[in-house]
Design a protein around this ligand. Structure first.
Ligand code: AMP
Ligand code: MG
Length: 345
C-alpha cells in the first residue's frame, strides 16, 4: 500500500467512527477495498450478516469488473482498446462500457464541453496524481488540445461499436466511472434485500434508505482549504448520492501554485473558474459524478444555471473566496459548521 492510499484509508476509518454516528440495533458489516484509483468503503446495516457479506462480495466483484473494462491505468481494458484503435477501427464493447460512454458523451454535450470524456491526452500530459506530474510547456498543451472533442466519439447503438475519429484521441472515464460503480453497488445491495447502507467511493457517497434509527445520513462537506476530515458543513440526506469534485483530491504544488486534476478542456489547464469544490446531490451517482466535474469547470454562474435546468438535482458550490452557494432544495437540510465559510444565498 502506498502512503497516500494508507492515509486515505485511515481517514475513512476516522470518518466511519466519527462522521456518521449510528445508534444501531442492526449489525454493521463493512469492507474497505482499493479500486478505481481510490479507497472504497461499503457499510451495511443488517441483522443478517451472511446476507450482507454476500452482497459485499458481489459488489467487490462488480467493482473489479467495471475497473477491468473502463480503466486507462491497466495493461488492458475496453477503454484502452478504443484508445489504441482511435482513427483506425471501431471496437465492440460491453453493454456496461457502452452505457457509461453514452452517458459521458451526453454530459459532455449538456455541459457544452466543460465535461469532455476525450480529455485523456491532456490528463496524461499533466500526469497529476502520478510520479510524472509536471507543468507542461504551453506548446505541448496546444498541440494536444485539438484532439479533445467529444463529438469525435462515434457510438453505434445497434452494434455497441465505438470509435474515436482521430489518431491520438483517447477517452478517460475518471470523472464518471466511480459514479457508475456507486449505482451498481446500490443495485446489488437492493437486489440482496439490503435497505440500509452507506457507501463511500473516495468521496462519492451513496446512501440507501435512512439510518437504522430512521434519521437522515449526515454527510460532511470537506473543507477544500483544510485537512482531510475537516468539514465546513453537514448535509442531511435520505436515499441520495452526494458527489464532490474538489481541487484537494489530486494535485501537486509548484512555485507555490496548486495544479489539480480537473482540467478545463477549453484551455488544457486545471480549471480556475473560481470554484474550489462542487457537490451534487441527486438520485443516480453517475449523474452526480459527471455533473460535479462539469460544474467545477463551468464556474459558479454557468454551473448553477446548468443545475437549475435539471429536475431533482441539487448542488453545493464553494468558491475560492469561501462563499458557499446552495440550491433551493437543500435549504432545510444544509448547515454550515465552520463559520469562516459564508452561506452566500
Ligand atoms: P472528478 O474527481 O469526478 O471531478 O473527476 C476528475 C477526473 O476526471 C480526473 O482525474 C480526470 O481523470 C478526469 N477529468 C479531468 N478533467 C475532466 C473534464 N473536464 N471532463 C471529464 N473528465 C475530466
Ligand atoms: Mg466527477
Amino acid at each position: 500500500m502506498s502512503k497516500r492510499v494508507l492515509m486515505v484509508f485511515l481517514i475513512l476509518l476516522v470518518l466511519t467512527f466519527s462522521g456518521c454516528s449510528k445508534e444501531k440495533t442492526s449489525e454493521v458489516i463493512s469492507e474497505t477495498i482499493y479500486a478505481l484509483g481510490t479507497v472504497i468503503d461499503i457499510q451495511i446495516y443488517d441483522e443478517n450478516v451472511d446476507k450482507a457479506k454476500k452482497a459485499i462480495q458481489e459488489s467487490i466483484e462488480r467493482i473489479t469488473e467495471i475497473e477491468n473494462k473502463m480503466s486507462v491505468n491497466k495493461d488492458i481494458s475496453e477503454v484502452i482498446l478504443i484508445n489504441e484503435n482511435a482513427g483506425e477501427n471501431p471496437v465492440q464493447v460491453s453493454e456496461d462500457t457502452f452505457y457509461v460512454l453514452k452517458k459521458a458523451k451526453e454530459y459532455s454535450k449538456l455541459s457544452n464541453g466543460a465535461f469532455d470524456l476525450t480529455i485523456e491526452p491532456i490528463v496524461k500530459l499533466w500526469g497529476i496524481g502520478t510520479e510524472d506530474a509536471r507543468v507542461p510547456e504551453k506548446e505541448e498543451i496546444t498541440s494536444l488540445l485539438n484532439l479533445v472533442n467529444y463529438e469525435d466519439l462515434k457510438l453505434d447503438e445497434s452494434t455497441n461499436k465505438v470509435q474515436l475519429n482521430k489518431k491520438g484521441q483517447a477517452i478517460d472515464l475518471g470523472g464518471i466511472a466511480k459514479g457508475y460503480a456507486g449505482d451498481e453497488i446500490k443495485r446489488i445491495l437492493l437486489e440482496n434485500d439490503i435497505n440500509t447502507a452507506f457507501i463511500n467511493l473516495g468521496g462519492n457517497v451513496v446512501t440507501l434508505g435512512t439510518k437504522v434509527d430512521g434519521s437522515s445520513w449526515r454527510i460532511g462537506i470537506q473543507n477544500p482549504l483544510g485537512d482531510r476530515g475537516n468539514y465546513i458543513a453537514v448535509l442531511e440526506v435520505v436515499d441520495k448520492t452526494v458527489v464532490t469534485s474538489g481541487n484537494y483530491e489530486r494535485y501537486f504544488i509548484e512555485d507555490g501554485k496548486r495544479y489539480h486534476h480537473i482540467i478545463n478542456p477549453k484551455t488544457g489547464y486545471p480549471a480556475e473558474e473560481g470554484i474550489i469544490s462542487s457537490t451534487i446531490v441527486t438520485d443516480k451517482s453517475i449523474d452526480a459524478d459527471a455533473l460535479s466535474t462539469s460544474v467545477y469547470v463551468l464556474g459558479l454562474e454557468k454551473g448553477m444555471e446548468l443545475i437549475e435546468s435539471l429536475d431533482n438535482v441539487d448542488a453545493v458550490i464553494i468558491t475560492e473566496d469561501k462563499n458557499v452557494y446552495i440550491t433551493e432544495g437543500l435549504k432545510e437540510t444544509f448547515n454550515i459548521v465552520d463559520d469562516s465559510f459564508i452561506l452566500a444565498n
